[in-house]
Design a protein around this ligand. Sequence first.
Ligand code: NAP
Length: 260
Amino acid sequence: MDTGLKGKKAIVCAASKGLGKACAMALAREGVDLVITARTADTLAHAAEEINKATGVTVVAVPGDIATEAGRAAALAACPTPDILVNNAGGPPPGDFRNWEREDWIRALDANMLAPIFLIRAVVDGMCGRGFGRIVNITSGSVKSPIPTLGMSNGARAGLTGFVAGLARQVARHNVTINNLLPGPFLTDRLRSNMAAQAAKEGRPVEEAIAARGKANPTGRVGDPEEFGAACAFLCSAHSGFIVGQNLLLDGGAFNSSMG
Ligand code: NAP
């Protein structure tokens, strides 16, 4: 399938590792020139080089914290008129809501709700004017099926989801789509470090704990970030203009439901 993306420009946030990087790589394979961000400059530079070497597209690395005004301004300065925006940031820590203060909640809202909203605000009208735009927000399966220990993630991401549901319907007539990708367990550094804590408690190697998590999934495995990137590239393609305001769960069928 020709995705029709050759020569387009994308900002992919939080893309030096994991799901963000997989989205960046999948878009690059379709010929999209990239601006990628992350806080750690050397890891980001390494990812940019790897994507450029693999695909030949232009990849500009813009170090910075996307949860801050300065981080977003730097990304937008490097690519003021993107055709594609992939919103992503690290997830809030787990814990008990009784221990979370206002500052903890503000950090979660800044990273997982307000950063995507402010980036969308900066680019969406330009996309509408040009008659093409694709915005994909990486959220979490916890939006559909809340994870008790991840209360800040459940709350902040649900806020973004509600906002996007309204806006997506206001911009769709301009061939600008906004959709969310909801990851279940994908084998990234984040999953590995979460599983490491659990494996240590259980007194077994982390690889064994990950294998057990995979075995419990209907597919018998955990997700490969490349599969996540491919879904993102499809949502960004020229063929997806009628997919509007959707929440696509990529969890191997772990969420048990007759529909959606
Ligand atoms: P990961 O492997 O830890 O990668 C996170 C990436 O985001 C890194 O490149 C990191 O680089 C960057 N990053 C984090 N915070 C940032 C910030 N404030 N500004 C700019 N860059 C930032 O994580 P992942 O597994 O890909 O997860 C991505 C998102 O999906 C997270 O929100 C996570 O909660 C969510 N999620 C993941 C899974 C899963 O199974 N993997 C499941 C559900 C939800 P720096 O640290 O250098 O900034």
